[in-house]
Design a protein around this ligand. Structure first.
Ligand code: NAP
Ligand code: ZN
Length: 349
């Protein structure tokens, strides 16, 4: 089927309207009309080829909420009219130990990205959610819980699950002391989710500018990471720190903040960080870890958790043709706290 979207044709040009083909639905596929799509910092990295493996033309977008408009002959989970969502993956091998555990993000063969992946049957390059339609196998579509605001919920599909998953991996609950580095899209979800799990939450931001916001999001405190005195005082006071910083940075100032057996988990920068000293790691039995999105089962659990606790991202709705300006603002950390594209604006664009 023909559809429309926004794509960039190289790393140094803006995104523009783009017409392309979506595959005809296979027997286990659903066809979605996309209603809303969140704007993740990964979309910006992808468009600018920051990771070095973008294939152009590239259509970003992996925080996708829509409505089912067609189903394949063997689809059982969804019917036409259902509200569904798709995050960062659209397929995996489904048979390795990780897939069988519901950890498709860790598929031994590699999961198929919603954009920038290769279709497992045709080899076609996948194109993301800055578009009118998406065709996806039903196992990779999530059910939107009744009552969850569809526009606001879109960022849960990446920012939500990427921060929910490490909170669960490290068993965060009442009494846990959680730090969140970087108050952006991922960071503000980490705060809301950790607060929802009963943790004591501190935001670590470069300045005090977001102190009021941090409190409004439910955090107990904001620690200014450039304030050496305050950082010294906070030594050994965290069980888990979630690091969402999107660029190369220095982990050394953060390591002493962890208590014995504490973990700093990187969910932001994919690539090099400044050389970490092993001194605080070895002497304090501290850890550095990483974590990618989350599995389909856990993504559904996260959506249901958010619906039950009424946890929703703070969003600024934009039109599709405002995306290039939104990217510029995101680069300057000028977004409180996630842009969401109203896809109804695509036709006009
Ligand atoms: P974002 O909304 O732009 O937020 C990033 C935050 O990091 C900013 O608000 C800012 O917070 C801080 N920051 C920005 N530039 C910085 C710098 N130069 N030095 C130190 N701190 C800086 O980005 P996002 O959408 O949350 O994404 C964050 C990162 O996560 C991206 O790199 C993205 O690719 C990655 N990501 C990873 C996964 C995964 O599976 N692991 C999934 C999604 C996204 P303050 O102003 O408070 O300091
Ligand atoms: Zn993302």
């Amino acid at each position: 089927m023909k559809t429309i979207g926004f794509a960039c044709t190289s790393a140094d040009v803006p995104l523009e309207p783009f017409t392309f083909e979506r595959r005809a639905p296979r027997e286990n596929d659903i066809v979605m009309e996309i209603l809303f799509c969140g704007v993740c910092h990964s979309d910006l990295h992808w468009s600018k080829n920051d990771w070095g493996w973008t294939v152009f033309p590239a259509v970003p977008g992996h925080e996708i909420v829509g409505r089912v408009i067609e189903i394949g002959s063997k689809v059982t989970r969804y019917k036409i009219g259902d509200h569904v969502a798709v995050g960062c993956m659209v397929d995996s091998c489904q048979s390795c130990d990780q897939c069988r555990k519901g950890e498709e993000q860790l598929c031994r063969e590699g999961n198929t990205g919603t954009y920038g992946g290769f279709d497992r049957f045709t080899g076609d390059y996948t194109l993301g959610g800055y578009s009118k339609h998406l065709v996806v196998r039903e196992e990779f579509a999530l059910r939107m819980p009744d009552g969850l605001d569809l526009a606001k919920a879109a960022p849960l599909l990446c920012a939500g699950i990427t921060t929910y998953s490490p909170l669960r991996t490290w068993n965060v609950g009442p009494g846990s002391r959680v730090g969140v580095i970087g108050l952006g899209g991922l960071g503000h979800m980490a705060v809301k989710l950790a607060v929802g799990m009963g943790a004591h939450v501190t935001v670590l931001s470069r300045t005090a500018d977001k102190a009021e916001d941090a409190r409004a999001l439910g955090a107990n405190a904001l620690l200014v990471s450039s304030d050496e005195e305050a950082m010294k005082k906070a030594a050994s006071s965290f069980d888990l720190i979630i690091d969402t910083v999107p660029v190369k940075h220095d982990l050394n100032p953060y390591m002493p903040l962890l208590d014995v057996d504490g973990t700093l988990v990187i969910v932001g920068q994919i690539g090099p960080v400044a050389e970490p000293s092993t001194v605080p790691l070895v002497l304090g039995r501290r850890r550095i870890a990483g974590s990618p999105i989350g599995g389909i089962r856990q993504t559904q659990e996260m959506l249901d958790f958010c619906a039950a606790k009424n946890i929703l991202p703070d969003v600024e709705m934009i039109r599709m043709d405002e995306i290039n300006h939104a990217f510029e603002r995101m680069e300057k950390a000028d977004v409180r706290y996630r842009f969401v594209i109203d896809m109804a604006s695509l036709a006009a664009a």
